[in-house]
Write a protein that binds this ligand. Structure first.
Ligand code: URA
Length: 214
């Protein structure tokens, strides 16, 4: 897959109304060849200005949570469900998510991450293909298409200072990030013969790679 060509296409995308109000498309940060993909919702004011996801206050908290499990942005990819800022930071609309879907799918198909962390409702619903919100979905690890999915709250929710199940939202997130660390440290389970081993982004044997994420 030519992920650079897809990125170039995304950077000039006009498939939905968000193209009109954006400063720039926010494609990704971090390392698309790493084992971990962290998925947020949409760029905000700062991300739209800088062209990098999670650079504002929520991003600083995300960096802290990653650092607590010994990860930095060179060891994880940081992306969003939609790549352009919605006006006034409103929720992404279903047609905007649909228009942007091929870009996140391409990123995930290219990466084939071992672990996907979904931050908040929009990313969790996208990846788990569920209508259940984050409060119901979190607290367990889901297996989807060769990846372990860890749903957690959006850092913006933690910044608002809420509580969940008797602990602060940020401590709940710390528990979820500790789960990510455990998954990364766990020895890989050998693939069953009928299940081809997941191919990694760097594999270049010329064979056709099936897309896992539609
Ligand atoms: N919130 C998100 O969901 N994504 C960003 O990039 C920034 C804030």
């Amino acid at each position: 897959m030519d992920i650079d060509a897809i990125r170039r296409e995304a950077l000039t995308c006009t498939k939905c109304r968000l193209a009109e109000g954006r400063t720039q498309v926010v494609w990704a940060d971090g390392n698309l060849q790493s084992d971990v993909c962290v998925i947020g919702e949409a760029p905000g004011f700062n991300e739209d200005k800088e062209g990098v996801p999670f650079v504002g206050a929520a991003g600083q908290l995300l960096d802290r949570l990653l650092a607590e499990i010994d990860l930095d942005r060179s060891q994880a990819a940081i992306v969003n469900v939609i790549k352009c800022r919605p006006p006034g930071n409103r929720d992404p609309q279903p047609d905007e998510i649909a228009a942007c879907r091929p870009y996140l799918s391409a990123q995930l198909n290219y990466m084939r991450p071992l672990v996907i962390v979904t931050l908040g409702n929009f990313a969790t619903k996208f990846i788990l293909e569920t209508t259940a919100g984050i409060t119901r979905a979190r607290g367990q690890v889901y297996e989807r298409k060769g990846a372990s999915i860890v749903p957690t709250f959006h850092p913006a929710a933690a910044l608002r200072g809420g509580r969940f199940g008797g602990i602060s939202t940020i401590d709940a997130m710390r528990g979820d990030f500790a789960t990510v660390r455990r998954l990364l440290d766990a020895p890989a389970v050998p693939a069953e013969p009928e299940h081809a081993p997941a191919r990694r982004a760097g594999d270049e044997d010329g064979a056709e790679q099936l897309d896992l994420f539609p």
